[in-house]
Design a binder for this molecule. Structure first.
Ligand SMILES: Nc1ncnc2c1ncn2[C@@H]1O[C@H](COP(=O)(O)OP(=O)(O)OP(=O)(O)O)[C@@H](O)[C@H]1O
Length: 332
């Protein structure tokens, strides 16, 4: 996308495209009122706005990104949840996602522990708030200076309000494969899968199809983390195995995972300090001048041919499902 064809968003200057998902485009930019603060600005594709479920998912991400305040959750500064002016201005992560980082090299052991401890802290906060993320995976972890934040709250819901079940096949808990309700313990399972992937270097469950992955998650037990990586303390290795227990009630909670990771890092269990990058609110774009975003392509991002990827391949888009999976249709 050339500069001349960048979308127009009143109140903001967009400088370049930095990413494209199945349902939106993401740009680097800044608010006219705070030109020195770089922002990641997410705009839904026209096809997202045209599809009720996809539009609701975008709106959900906007609302929750603005609501949650934690140094290890991607912070939304301003946004419009619904309609043709929908957008989300959020903290910009110059190092991109963990999945992107893993494409070029594996993480050093201490960095992996640090990233996992940060994500466990963000997840524990969500769970304390009564929320379930439903999509913890390397594609939704954002990096900045060796620290990490969990983002993408499109599928997040509050237990008290209920929500549609969803997930990504490489990370999805057995109960979700069985069509049962998700819970904080389903997030713990996904976290366990990601922890295994970072500390062992391969995914604990692999397959070339949705069905193969389902069978693996439902019936197979990965070898212990310590068998592949002797640096991981036995207690942490055991907790990660328990996080991937087939039955939700056998899993530890996210706070226990955070404590074990801090212990492995040799750090005290202290509350996280306020986010140093938290530079405060960005004024929303003036409503009177908001209009339809210009120049957005009308088609959704093409799905990779193989939406379910084989073992140890950093997934470009893991959010696969049964063969006819459609990014604009959330699976129940
Ligand atoms: N806050 C951010 N800082 C830096 N880069 C970002 C940020 N948010 C998104 N990106 C980039 O944009 C890409 C697309 O974002 P994202 O995956 O959230 O899109 P999406 O359309 O909402 O996703 P989905 O495919 O789940 O619908 C990311 O993979 C990442 O490279």
């Amino acid at each position: 996308m050339t500069n001349a064809s960048l979308p127009f968003l009143p109140g903001y200057a967009l400088t370049r495209s930095i990413g494209r998902g199945n349902t939106s485009l993401v740009f680097l930019g800044s608010a006219a009122a705070k030109p020195d603060q770089p922002l990641a600005i997410k705009l839904p594709l026209p096809a997202t706005l045209a599809d009720r479920t996809a539009a609701e998912r975008f709106g959900n991400e906007v609302r929750l990104s603005l609501q949650f305040r934690h140094p290890h959750l991607v912070r939304g500064y301003a946004g419009t949840a619904f309609g043709e002016q929908a957008y989300l201005a959020m903290r910009y992560f110059p190092e991109g996602t963990l999945a992107e980082r893993l494409e070029s090299r594996t993480l050093p052991y201490e960095t992996a522990l640090r990233v996992l401890a940060d994500v466990a802290a963000g997840t524990a906060y969500l769970h304390q708030q009564g929320a379930v993320h439903q999509d913890i995976k390397t594609q939704n972890i954002y990096l900045d200076g060796g620290r990490a934040a969990l983002g993408d709250f499109g599928n997040t819901y509050f237990v008290s309000a209920g929500g549609n079940i969803s997930g990504s096949p490489f990370y999805m808990a057995p109960e979700i494969y069985r069509g049962e309700a998700s819970s904080a313990q389903s997030d713990v399972y996904s976290f366990g899968v990601m922890a295994y992937e970072l500390l062992v270097g391969v995914r604990p469950h692999v397959g070339n199809t949705y069905e193969e992955l389902m069978i693996s998650h439902l019936t197979r037990f990965p070898s212990p983390v310590t068998a592949a990586n002797r640096r991981v303390p036995r207690a942490l290795s055991r907790l990660i195995e328990l996080a991937m227990a087939k039955r939700p009630q056998d899993r530890p909670d996210s706070a226990a995972l955070r404590r074990a990771l801090l212990e492995a890092l040799g750090e005290p269990d202290e509350q996280d300090l306020p986010d140093p990058e938290d530079v405060g609110e960005v004024p929303p774009a003036p409503r009177a001048v908001l209009g339809r975003h210009q120049h957005l392509p009308t088609a959704p991002a093409p799905l990779p041919l193989e939406t379910v990827l084989p073992a140890a391949q950093p997934a470009k888009d893991d959010k696969a499902g049964p063969k006819s999976w459609n990014p604009f249709k959330r699976r129940k």
